[in-house]
Every structure is written in structure tokens, then in C-alpha cells.
Design a protein around this ligand. Structure first.
Ligand SMILES: Cc1ncc(COP(=O)(O)O)c(C=O)c1O
Length: 480
């Protein structure tokens, strides 16, 4: 098993260390870009313009990183397209399933992203964004997810068509075309190939055990139905091969069979473009070395070669970026409230919140995230294990059987720590509001942005009170 690097791995202090492009140590404190994170709790006369001194645990929502991610990827595609003389456009869609919070969707739309969704409530979110003038008529709305005839989702998509014409339902299954045909409305539609997983060629891809999308024979049948339907136009060929794919060549190799099918479909469908779905990796630990320019160059070159061999023009290319857009904008800060030496292998540092309910992928999938101290960084470190405050044996970090050591400062007075790169999926999987494991209330949230002059702006969203939790579980609200 490769050993993810999840933090500082030495006993010496991490003085003035740069961990990645947004986390660095200055004056003994961890900074997220230019923000001293410990200062949110320790204040010390600094004028952060946050209304009150904040308490831990605290969720950080750092919006400038979302904008930066979108800009970086668009810039990269523009550069490589120009270098390769690729005659087609790149479309960046935000995959809203990674994090559907209002401030996240708003920020992606303000940054110019197209929008990808997967359920009927997503349609309601898009409707609100149209009303607010953020989801403008030029933006594509890609509707993935299951939407069989009679489902609320497909009915809502059909209703939404009159409010936002630029909507593209992507059929996962042949039967999903029927309600669209019967609606009588003119739809650009997409078809989703069953392409998820590792495969060498079209035959392996077709045989792969995946519930997403259609096999090749159904793709051809669906294309015929669409060609025969007076109100449908085949616009998008969707093929997603996986998630957090860390090898550029493998990513493109797995996309090759879909690219080949795209080119064959394109011979009969002149408006067709390609959408490689999600999968774009993002650093969740400190050992990440995916080469984005190499991936984009390989992808576009391969597309050019395949299209040329079938004598069709290259398509516009869309990606649906979930984890890539949102992972790094989220952090969750805790205080170390006790150190427990009970003759275990390593000292336990107990924090004032739950690891497992805040980051479900850490115990469900053994996923690693970056963990760093916010304060006391210029003190010696020791190897430790973290314990959450629930009574669950899985509420620990590093995950069980992890090969990665975790080092934190030996000085634990006013020791705050942060989990980083947790902004994609974790909050949605753990649930927003609702009741959590061991009835722990949800933490406060701090939304951080920058004004035009680069100064930080803050908005605090209250978490749950004890009575919120009790009410939620059906207890009478007389509790004070
Ligand atoms: C259809 C579709 N598009 C996009 C995504 C986003 O993937 P990622 O978070 O890897 O970018 C997913 C994730 O499951 C998906 O199912």
C-alpha cells in the first residue's frame, strides 16, 4: 500500500515550512493562504473583523480556492488547446454532488462554470439560481443521475426546460428517453456510456460490472431513437471512468475506448460533443504529484488522433469537476482537549469533535486527509493518534491499518489542529443538520471570502444547539 503523507513527519519543529500551495507556516502558526488560522480562536489583538472570538470545533469554507481551481483548469485547457491548435472549446461544469451548499454553487456560477446535477432537489437549486440571475441562459445544465419515467426528477427537468432552455438530460438507460420524447419539448440530450472502471478496450469496458450508463448496443439503439424523435437532438456523449484517478496515462487510456465510440457516433450526429465526467484528482494528502498539463495534453492529442482516423472534427470537451472544485476549500478545525497515555502504542490526542461523522470516508473507505497543527508548530513534535469525542472505536485518525504516521506538537496547551482538503463529499455524506453519531451538535461554520482589495471577509453560520439536536430527535422542546 502506498504511504500517503498526511502531515509533518519529523520530531523537529516545522518552522517556516511550506506544505503546499495554500498551507504554510509563518511565525509559528499555520496559514491558509494569508489567513492565520489559530488567530480565529486566539485573537490576540488582531483585527480580523469576525464579530466574536470563534470557538472550536469550526468548519472553514474558504471560497477563493474554489475560484482559483476553476480558473486554473480553464486556463490550462485554453493554453494546451492553443498549443495543439485544437479547434474546439472546453467547458468546465461543477458537479454539484460534491458539495451542494449555497455558497459553493453561487461561487462556481459566479466564476463562470456550467452546472451538473443528479436529483430533483438539484433542479430546485438550479431554479433558485436562475431566479437570482446567477445561472444565466448561456450556462449548460447537465442532468445526470437516474430519472426513469414517472420520477419526480424527470418531471421537474421537463418543467424546468421552460425556465432554462440550455438543459441537457443525460440518459443513463434507454427507458429514460421516453418521457423526454413524450414531453414534445425540444431537448438537447446526452447518452451515458457504461465506462466506469479499469478497462483496456471496448470489450472489457462493455463487460465491466457497473450500474452507470448503457452498454454499447444500447448506446447505438438510443442514438437511433433520438434520431427518429422529432424533438430530441443528440448533443452529449458522456463517459466517466472513475474518481480521483492519480495516473495521467491510465486516465487517458481508460478514456480511449469512449473517445473511439464518440468518433463513430459523431459520423452520424454532427452536433455531438464529449463529456468525460468527473474523476479529476486533487491533492487530499501531501504526496500528490498528478501532472495536470500532461493529462490535458495527452487527452486532447488522443482526441485529435482518434477524430482524424475517423475523419470527423474534434469536439468541444466538457469535464464535470466535483472533488477537484471543492476538496481544498474546506477545512475543519478542532482543539486538542486532552492527552491520554493509557499504555497504548502512542499517546492519544483527544479532540473536541468527531472524526468519523465529520469525515465519513476516513472510516468507511480508509481515506486520508491532511492534518496539521495550527499553533505550537515551532515546538518539538511526537507521533500520536487522534481520538474523536464519540465513544466509537472507529472515531480515530489515522484510519485503522493506515501506514501513515501522524506527528503533532508535544506542547498541547492551546493546541488547535485542522483537517484539510475535506470540502468534497464529506459534509454531504455526513449530512447537513440532522442528528449525528453520539448526538454531537454540528459545528459552527465560518465562510471566508476576499473583497476586491484582497481583505478577508467573514460570515459565521451557527451550528446546532443542544435543543436543536433534541428537537430533531423528537423530544419535547421544553428543554432549556
Ligand atoms: C456523473 C458524475 N459526474 C461527476 C462526478 C464528480 O466526480 P469527481 O468528484 O471525481 O469530480 C460524479 C461523481 O460521482 C458523477 O457520478
Amino acid at each position: 500500500m502506498p504511504k500517503p503523507i498526511i502531515g509533518w513527519e519529523l520530531e523537529s519543529p516545522a518552522t517556516d515550512h511550506i506544505f503546499n500551495d495554500y498551507l504554510s507556516v509563518r511565525n509559528g502558526r499555520l496559514h491558509m493562504e494569508n489567513l492565520d488560522l489559530a488567530q480565529l480562536f486566539l485573537n490576540e489583538g488582531a483585527d480580523l473583523k469576525v464579530d466574536d472570538l470563534l470557538s472550536s470545533p469550526l468548519e472553514i469554507v474558504y471560497l477563493p480556492i474554489i475560484r482559483r481551481q476553476i480558473e486554473k483548469m480553464r486556463h490550462l485547457f485554453a493554453e494546451v488547446m492553443s498549443e495543439l491548435e485544437y479547434i474546439g472549446q472546453f467547458h468546465y461544469a461543477y458537479a454539484s454532488k460534491a458539495n451542494a451548499a449555497e455558497e459553493v454553487i453561487r461561487t462556481t456560477l459566479e466564476a463562470g462554470a456550467d452546472h451538473e446535477m443528479s436529483s430533483t432537489v438539484d433542479v430546485e437549486i438550479a431554479r433558485l439560481m436562475v431566479t437570482r440571475g446567477l445561472l444565466t441562459p448561456d450556462r449548460m445544465v447537465i442532468c445526470n443521475g437516474f430519472k426513469p419515467a414517472g420520477s419526480k426528477y424527470v418531471e421537474n427537468i421537463i418543467r424546468f426546460k421552460s425556465e432554462h432552455a440550455n438543459i441537457i438530460p443525460v440518459a443513463e438507460d434507454l427507458s429514460e428517453l421516453t418521457p423526454l420524447i413524450e414531453s414534445g419539448l425540444s431537448f438537447d440530450v446526452g447518452l451515458r456510456q457504461k465506462s466506469y472502471g479499469a478497462h483496456q478496450d471496448e470489450v472489457e469496458m462493455d463487460q465491466y460490472n457497473s450500474r452507470f450508463g448503457m452498454d454499447l448496443s444500447d448506446i447505438w439503439r438510443a442514438a437511433d431513437y433520438i434520431a427518429a424523435a422529432p424533438n430530441l437532438n443528440l448533443k452529449l456523449y458522456h463517459a466517466m471512468v472513475g474518481s480521483q484517478i492519480l495516473d495521467e496515462s491510465k486516465f487517458v487510456d481508460w478514456l480511449m475506448p469512449p473517445m473511439d465510440i464518440y468518433a463513430r457516433l459523431r459520423q452520424r450526429n454532427p452536433t455531438l460533443n464529449i463529456d468525460f465526467g468527473g474523476g479529476m484528482p486533487v491533492p487530499m494528502t501531501l504526496d500528490f504529484d498528478f501532472d495536470y498539463p500532461r493529462f490535458v495534453r495527452l487527452l486532447l492529442k488522443t482526441m485529435q488522433e482518434i477524430c482524424s482516423s475517423y475523419d470527423v472534427p474534434v469536439p468541444d470537451i466538457m469535464g464535470e469537476f466535483g472533488r477537484y472544485t471543492t476538496s481544498e476549500h474546506g477545512a475543519h478545525l478542532f482543539k486538542v482537549i486532552a492527552v491520554k497515555e493509557n499504555n497504548s502504542d502512542l499517546p492519544w490526542y483527544i479532540i473536541d469533535g468527531s472524526i468519523m461523522s465529520s469525515f465519513p470516508d476516513s472510516w468507511a473507505l480508509g481515506e486520508h486527509f491532511i492534518v496539521l497543527p495550527l499553533s505550537n508548530i515551532d515546538e518539538p513534535f511526537q507521533q500520536v493518534q487522534l481520538g474523536g469525542i464519540t465513544c466509537d472505536s472507529d472515531d480515530i485518525y489515522p484510519p485503522k491499518n493506515s501506514p501513515s504516521p501522524l506527528y503533532l506538537p508535544t506542547k498541547t496547551d492551546d493546541l488547535f489542529i485542522g483537517f484539510f482538503s475535506i470540502g468534497a463529499y464529506q459534509e454531504m455524506l455526513g449530512g447537513v443538520r440532522g442528528s449525528k453519531h453520539c448526538v454531537l451538535p454540528e459545528a459552527n461554520e465560518l465562510i471566508i471570502d476576499q473583497d476586491e482589495g484582497g481583505s478577508y471577509t467573514f460570515e459565521v453560520i451557527s451550528g446546532q444547539s443542544e435543543s436543536d439536536v433534541l428537537r430533531n430527535l423528537g423530544y419535547a422542546t421544553t428543554y432549556r
